[in-house]
Design a protein around this ligand. Structure first.
Ligand code: NAD
Length: 499
């Protein structure tokens, strides 16, 4: 791949003003025969990779890191073309996270791969036991469009560290990034180790017919259910990184200015198209105006205008016409149902642009409060007692993230102890996913399993329990048939004292 400078403005910025993501363009479908060939070649290769050492895997990760670092400009350009995301935002939210995952894996992989010795109960005295980490085998990674690079490559990093072969399918909605990923992977790996298969859901359906050992899926909850159903047919294990409505609870003690600044950053970054973006806000009654005032100031400061920051180069667009229409539909339905637009509300179909928008007086029964918003619209709901806010969250499916803003430890603990979510952050939003020492994943409706750092290595490895028995002595000999009165006594003693 041609090298380029990550600090340069992407060539694509010259196309500013075109309709981003509105073209009928999607990634081309990889032919079925090619998928079959790749799968067969990877099935053969995975037996060899089973024996790969930490050194082999580190070499692969280093190659990948080098290939990414020498083409960050190309990546920024591709993502800019797909939905006009600011290059620096791409660097911060895509490249940085992937590089951090690679560096962590390179540093830690020897420890991760080392068999972990475990204790031996008295009944098995003479033996020794350990957990061995072996590759799952052949892995299918299906990625979404919203962080089209990071959500494809971070699972790939974990899977390479775990010693698997990988078929990666990026989203069809970000065709430029999909093409970049294909080039990146093809220039770095042999096809029987890592291959990119491009295209839409029909390509996913074709892929799912093959008996992969593990499927790592990131995407919506409805499609997650389809993946799990398909996996049931081959009994592939799955990691499901799904979505949901991530609530923010702001209590009466919070610093509203700080809360508004952080919440609006997390809501507007990537055009609100973030799986862990604040989906709705629960604030104490009487605090809406104060929140709105500070939210307007925060948006004004970041994007030059709080009402219609269309000209800001740092505000990315909605990925496609279909997604734009879904979001404006949610907004208009909410307004017709009596919601008040406290900020924003503007949109432009030509550019798939929607202004950061705050809504109050939103009924919990309408669609904006029923489905994941996944765009720059933020409904503000009110509560009287903190218990009410917690009950509201618990009446819905477990979200991918939950946020609580408070100065009071007691309130923070109350919220955390009485709710469940994939992950959580206190007095901030989103950033828990940037700590690779934390597992990142959902809970039930928002996902199964987790990854990042060591958790990714574990998710993509099979933990094999191995017991090595002594050739000279086994306490169990005493319990072999024929069963006698002595055997009974020994069994009773074992239950009482030795287990
Ligand atoms: P999506 O579920 O529509 O698509 C994700 C991937 O699945 C794409 O590659 C797509 O081609 C494929 N796909 C679509 N329909 C399919 C089908 N019927 N059978 C098999 N494969 C199919 O999701 P999206 O719109 O790309 O992404 C947005 C969703 O992803 C949101 O719900 C968001 O919350 C979620 N998400 C979750 C995380 C996370 O880490 N938990 C991260 C990003 C996005």
């Amino acid at each position: 791949m041609a090298s380029s400078n990550s600090n340069s403005t992407p060539a694509a910025s010259k196309t500013q003003g075109t309709a981003f993501g509105t073209a009928a363009m999607t990634a081309p479908n990889t032919p079925t025969e090619e998928i079959q060939q790749i799968f067969a070649a990877q099935k053969r290769k995975q037996l060899e990779l089973r024996r790969s050492t930490a050194r082999d895997r580190i070499a692969k990760l280093k190659r990948l890191k080098k290939a990414i670092e020498s083409t960050t400009g190309e990546l920024e350009e591709a993502i800019y073309k797909d939905f006009r995301k600011a290059p620096l935002e791409t660097d911060l939210t895509e490249t940085l996270l992937v590089i951090s995952e690679i560096k962590t894996a390179i540093r830690e992989i020897r420890d991760w791969m080392a068999p972990k010795r475990v204790g031996t109960p008295m009944t098995l005295i003479g033996s020794r036991s350990e957990v061995m980490y072996e590759p799952k085998g052949t892995v299918l990674i299906i990625a979404p469009w919203n962080y089209p690079f990071q959500l494809a490559i971070a699972p790939l990093v974990a899977s390479i560290a775990a010693g698997n072969t990988n078929v990666l399918k990026p989203s069809e909605y970000t065709p430029h990034t999909s093409a970049y990923i294909r080039k990146l992977v093809e220039s770095t790996f042999e096809r029987d180790e890592c291959a990119v298969v491009e295209g839409d859901h029909t390509v996913s359906t074709e892929l799912l017919k093959h008996s992969f050992d593990h499927i790592f899926f990131t995407g919506s909850t409805p499609v997650g259910k389809i993946i799990m159903e398909a996996a049931a047919k081959t009994l592939a294990t799955v990691t499901l990184e799904l979505g949901g409505k991530s609530p923010v609870i702001v209590d009466e003690t919070s610093d509203m200015k700080l809360a508004a600044k952080r919440i609006m950053w997390g809501k507007v970054i990537n055009g609100g198209q973030t799986c862990v973006a604040p989906d709705y806000l629960l604030v104490p009654e009487g605090k809406v105006d104060e929140f709105v005032k500070h939210a307007k100031q925060a948006i004004e400061k970041s994007y030059d205008s709080s009402e219609n920051p269309v000209a800001s180069p740092d505000l990315c667009r909605i990925v496609s016409k279909r997604h734009y229409q879904r979001l404006t539909g949610l907004l208009h339905e909410a307004m017709e149902a009596g919601a008040k637009v406290e900020m924003g509300g503007a949109s432009d179909a030509g550019e798939n642009y929607i202004a950061p928008t705050l809504l109050s007086g939103v009924s919990p029964d309408i669609n904006i409060m029923q489905e994941e918003i996944f765009g720059p619209l933020l409904p503000i709901l009110t509560y009287r007692k903190l218990e009410e806010a917690v009950d509201f969250v618990n009446a819905r499916e477990k979200p991918l993230a939950l946020y609580v803003f408070s100065k009071k430890k007691k309130n923070i603990n109350y919220v955390l102890q009485n709710t469940s979510s994939g992950g959580a952050a206190v007095n901030d939003v989103l950033i828990h996913l940037a700590n690779h020492n934390l597992p990142f994943g959902g809970a039930n409706h928002s996902g199964h399993g987790s990854y990042h750092g060591y958790f990714g290595f574990r998710a993509l490895s099979h933990e094999r329990g191995v017991l090595k028995q002594s050739r000279f002595f086994s306490a169990l000999d005493l319990l072999y048939p024929p069963y006698t009165g002595f055997s009974r006594k020994l069994a009773n003693l074992t239950k009482k004292f030795l287990t």
